[in-house]
Design a binder for this molecule. Structure first.
Ligand SMILES: [Zn+2]
Length: 211
């Protein structure tokens, strides 16, 4: 078993319980948009036909899992196989098929598959109500104030995880004084109680310097 094929198996294992959580968030069974079917049941107390985040994320994963399975199957057997229907069970079957098929493709292609499955895991985790991974946000500021500029590149590229205060610059070109992507921590100053950012290279950005 190649390392990449093993990684796909591990990631699919990680994805399965996340998918269940996403299904649980849906107020009613999802129609299959490709088959033109929609549910006619009323979603009582819910203005949206599906959960605002879980629905689209599930749809993306379901679609892409079918496509990835078909492309792996084409590579291994010379045929893409019959297109699966839109049911949840079919998505799970597609994921199991992917886990099997990656053993028979070149390592490079198994690695590409692992990248794709890793992205699904990330996307599933980022759905707010799954609550396993917070979404990065802009730095919170009082109403009417602009968020702080990144002190290294001077753009509004700072993002923070509100729960633990981790902050970083999303500008791919940006480097701190150590030549690394700027990372820091959003804290409150002991002296003034104002917000401040402590950076990995030792730099401190104070609240009053943000404006
Ligand atoms: Zn920056």
């Amino acid at each position: 078993m190649t390392a990449a094929a093993l990684e796909v198996a591990v990631l699919v294992d990680e994805l399965m319980p996340l998918l269940e959580k996403l299904y649980d968030l849906l107020p009613e069974p999802m129609g299959d948009p490709t088959a033109g079917t929609t549910s006619h049941r009323k979603a009582i107390g819910s203005p949206a036909p599906w959960h605002a985040e879980a629905g689209p994320t599930l749809y993306t994963i379901s679609e892409e899992a079918r496509r990835l399975e078909a492309s792996l199957r084409l590579e291994v057997t010379g045929r893409p196989g019959r297109r699966r229907g839109g049911s949840d069970a079919n998505t799970v079957a597609a994921l199991h098929a992917i886990t099997d098929l990656v053993h028979a493709v070149p390592d490079e292609h198994a690695r590409q598959a692992a990248h794709i499955v890793a992205r699904w895991v990330r996307q599933a985790r980022q759905v707010g109500d799954v609550g396993l991974e917070e979404r990065p946000r802009r730095v919170p500021t009082p109403p009417g104030e602009l968020p702080p500029l990144c002190p290294y590149c001077g753009t509004w590229s700072l993002r923070v995880l509100p729960g633990d205060g981790k902050i970083w610059c999303i500008n791919g070109e940006c480097e701190d004084r150590d030549g690394r992507r700027p990372r820091g921590h959003l804290d409150r100053s002991d002296v003034t109680g104002d917000g401040m950012i402590s950076w990995a290279d030792g730099r401190i950005t104070k609240r009053r310097d943000w404006a």
